[in-house]
Design a protein around this ligand. Structure first.
Ligand SMILES: *Cc1c(COP(=O)(O)O)cnc(C)c1O
Length: 488
């Protein structure tokens, strides 16, 4: 039984509207001359009062769950609290009064902010220069891979078209590789969830363009062999790409540039506290080492004697976005970095790592821990320790919703069949973590005492357990689809 609030279309009554305009003093314009541009059917729009609109959308918004309503331990995606000062500063109306086509002399302040942030990211990551133009993590990956490709092609090395991607990588890594026109070579992780050096050596040859890696990887494990890995790839003529979507574990502690990486992207909408989820907006700046600087996308923002200017470079991979990226997203990141300062930024990784290990230790008696040793910013379990109950990771995740907590990332990484990936982040208090731990233990006990209730969870949400296969096969995306659908 599906219960739902009435759709706004069902509230519709012919002739109702949410506005009234004063009588116009101007003669009506005759649209007959534009006949071929006119629609032939009346659009299917709801006819409702202003009160209907306001109540309808307010009620829907209150069904939402976000980092501002509760704990949101989503592994890999860093759902951390976004300080309100970011929004407050960005909301300054002065920032709305500018246009990206204004000449550089008239937007010196904005160009200065752009330049300042890219310098900060360079210092944080140990790379020479950044572009803030890409709109998201995956977009940054594509930009970085285009740079990798351009680098090899400029040297006349057209054979290098293969990119090594470990099986623990985020799904965007292989996808971006294909979109960039290169080929994916997947390597399996070893039993510790890390890169298998022998496997890596076996695939290295003169057709390898580079390797994509995230460190700590998506299992929350740091690669202790990282310097050897980067050396092996470099010796084979490849470049190292760092997937820095989630920088939470190493912020202020370790720099990808020092580990030997040549190119990276950073998700400002994860590590640097910009709200995200639901599809955006995001920002995925890309940084490179010195020999790759000329390939960065246009336009570039440069500084000479305190004067900021916009430049297009001839060796650049070209434009990958309109203008200078998502201005107000990267501006939030700048405010966040400035508010914390260098010292406090280094605490981010410490607390994120401490929190993840605290949760990991507290739950390891109840949930299967497939990898020994300390984790970094996130920990991965492989389902319940007691497998005799038949309760799956999906049941645990759904039950958490009844306790007003967002489910962790599940069934990723693919290495473990019942993966539960928990990233508490540094912004959560010990009290919140203790509450989460208590609930997770309660669920583990329920798996024995009341498994049926777990299988049918959630019970307390607006919509109960969804038939995901049915939902994927029979997509109801529009009101028309909905009308054509029969519910019992
Ligand atoms: C989120 C994430 C990405 C992709 O970032 P988007 O902004 O969603 O495109 C890539 N890699 C890792 C490790 C991630 O966590």
């Amino acid at each position: 039984m599906v219960t739902y609030d009435r759709l706004i279309f069902e509230l519709s009554q012919p002739g109702r509207s949410a506005y009234s305009l004063p009588k116009s003093n101007f003669p009506e314009y005759d649209l007959q001359s534009l006949q071929d541009l006119m629609r032939t059917e009346t659009p299917c729009l709801p006819e409702v009062f202003e009160t209907d609109v306001v109540r309808h959308y307010t009620n829907i918004s209150q069904k939402n769950f976000g980092v501002e309503t509760g704990f949101y331990p989503l592994g890999s995606c860093t759902m951390k609290y976004n300080p309100k000062i970011n929004d407050e500063i960005v909301a300054n109306p002065m920032f709305d009064a500018i246009h990206p086509l204004q000449p550089a002399f008239s937007i010196q302040g904005v160009l200065k902010l752009y330049h300042e942030l890219q310098m900060m990211l360079s210092e944080i990551s140990g790379l020479a220069e950044f572009t803030l133009n890409p709109y998201a993590g995956a977009h940054g990956e594509l930009t970085g891979l285009m740079i990798m490709k351009a680098y090899h092609e400029q040297r006349g090395d057209y054979r290098r078209k293969k990119v090594i991607v470990p099986d623990s990588a985020h799904g965007t890594n292989p996808a971006s590789t294909v979109v960039s026109g290169m080929e994916v070579v997947e390597i399996r992780s070893n039993m510790q969830g890390r890169v298998d050096l022998e496997q890596l050596k076996a695939v290295l040859s003169d057709d390898i363009a580079g390797m994509m890696l995230t460190n700590p990887n998506t299992l929350g494990m740091f690669e202790p062999d990282i310097c050897e890995i980067t050396k092996l790839v470099h010796d084979a003529g490849g470049l190292m790409y760092y997937d820095g979507a989630n920088l939470n574990a190493i912020l202020g502690k370790v720099r990808p540039g020092d580990m030997g990486f040549d190119i990276m992207h950073i998700n400002l909408h994860k590590t640097f506290s910009t709200p995200h989820g639901g599809g955006g907006p995001g920002s995925g700046p890309v940084g490179v080492k010195q020999p790759l600087v000329d390939f960065l996308p246009n336009p570039r923002v440069k500084c000479l004697d305190g004067h900021y200017y916009i430049q297009n470079e001839k060796d650049s991979i070209g434009r990958i976005s309109a203008f200078f990226g998502n201005f107000k997203v990267w501006l939030r990141a700048l405010v966040y970095i400035r508010t914390l300062g260098k010292e406090n930024l280094a605490c981010v990784g410490e607390y994120a790592t401490l929190n993840a290990n605290y949760v990991r230790e507290a739950l390891k008696g109840y949930y299967e821990l497939p990898i020994a040793g300390f984790c970094m910013h996130e920990c991965v379990f492989d389902g319940l320790k007691d497998q005799t109950t038949g309760i799956k990771t999906l049941d645990v995740a759904k039950r958490l919703l009844d306790y007003r907590m967002h489910a962790p990332t599940i069934y990723f990484p693919l290495l473990f069949h019942q993966a539960i990936m928990i990233e508490p982040t540094e912004t959560e208090s010990k009290q919140t973590l203790d509450e989460f731990i208590a609930i997770m233990i309660k669920i583990a006990l329920e798996a024995k005492s009341d498994p049926e209730s777990l299988r049918n969870a959630p019970h307390d949400t607006p919509v109960g357990r969804i038939d995901e296969v049915f939902a994927a096969r029979q997509m109801i995306l529009t009101y028309k689809d909905y009308l054509n659908q029969k519910f019992d």
